[in-house]
Design a protein around this ligand. Structure first.
Ligand code: ATP
Ligand code: MG
Length: 197
């Protein structure tokens, strides 16, 4: 069994995340994608939505698809989410699964600075996807990473959670940038709005 892990803040989850996951699943013939919202990523601080809200939106975005699952381990564990800690747990729980970790080009450029990255490469194979504004330069990766990072082509999607939060704060539409169930949740809860709705 081959599983792709899609980690992120998902504040909120959007079509770019979903299209990246599906493209990688398709190109590498993965059996499932596990979406994994992080608690407090080491490189980020103020999140707009709570962990529970980000988890809920991730569930809403994926629940119709039998080959998509959501992992709540990092939110439940709390604290700073280091991918290596989580992957050691997943590996112990599922010793026979081949794990692929999906990352956008903006993250690929930071890979060599991830916590215990050498240990992490023994547990997962990374798959990088391009992202508008961030080209994939796998040749520039340090030697020890080269063989551990693959790439997948995907239709380029110029959507980011930051852009979505900004649009919502200005009262602008994000319809079709996020799944309908996620948009309904955001509207219902007044998330990301500058003024309470
Ligand atoms: P923010 O603007 O808050 O950082 P984001 O849109 O970058 O949000 P994250 O939750 O930070 O979303 O990203 C999770 C993962 O998804 C990262 O590996 C990121 O590179 C990737 N990703 C996000 N948006 C896209 C996109 N439009 N195309 C491809 N990959 C993406
Ligand atoms: Mg990001």
């Amino acid at each position: 069994m081959k599983v792709g892990i899609m980690g992120g803040t998902f504040d909120p989850i959007h079509m770019g995340h979903l299209m990246a996951a599906e493209a990688v699943k398709d190109v590498y013939k993965l059996d499932e994608i596990w979406f994994m919202p992080s608690h407090i990523p080491p490189h980020k601080h103020a999140a707009g939505a709570t962990g529970e809200q980000r988890l809920e939106m991730t569930n809403l975005a994926t629940e119709e698809y039998g080959d998509y699952r959501v992992l709540d381990v990092e939110i439940v564990r709390g604290g700073v989410s280091y991918t290596i800690d989580t992957m050691e747990i997943i590996r112990r729980q599922h010793p026979d699964i081949n794990l692929y970790f999906i990352i956008g080009a903006d993250m690929v450029n930071y890979l060599s600075r991830w916590e215990r990255i050498e240990d992490l490469t023994k547990l997962v194979t990374f798959i990088g996807v391009g992202r508008p504004g961030f080209e994939l330069h796998l040749d520039d990766l340090p030697d020890f990473l080269q063989e551990h990072v693959l790439h997948a082509d995907m239709p380029q999607v110029e959507i980011s959670s930051t852009g979505i939060r900004r649009r919502l704060a200005k009262g602008r539409s994000v319809r079709f940038m996020v799944p309908k169930a996620v948009l309904d949740y955001i509207t219902r809860s007044g998330l990301y709005a500058a003024e309470p709705r």
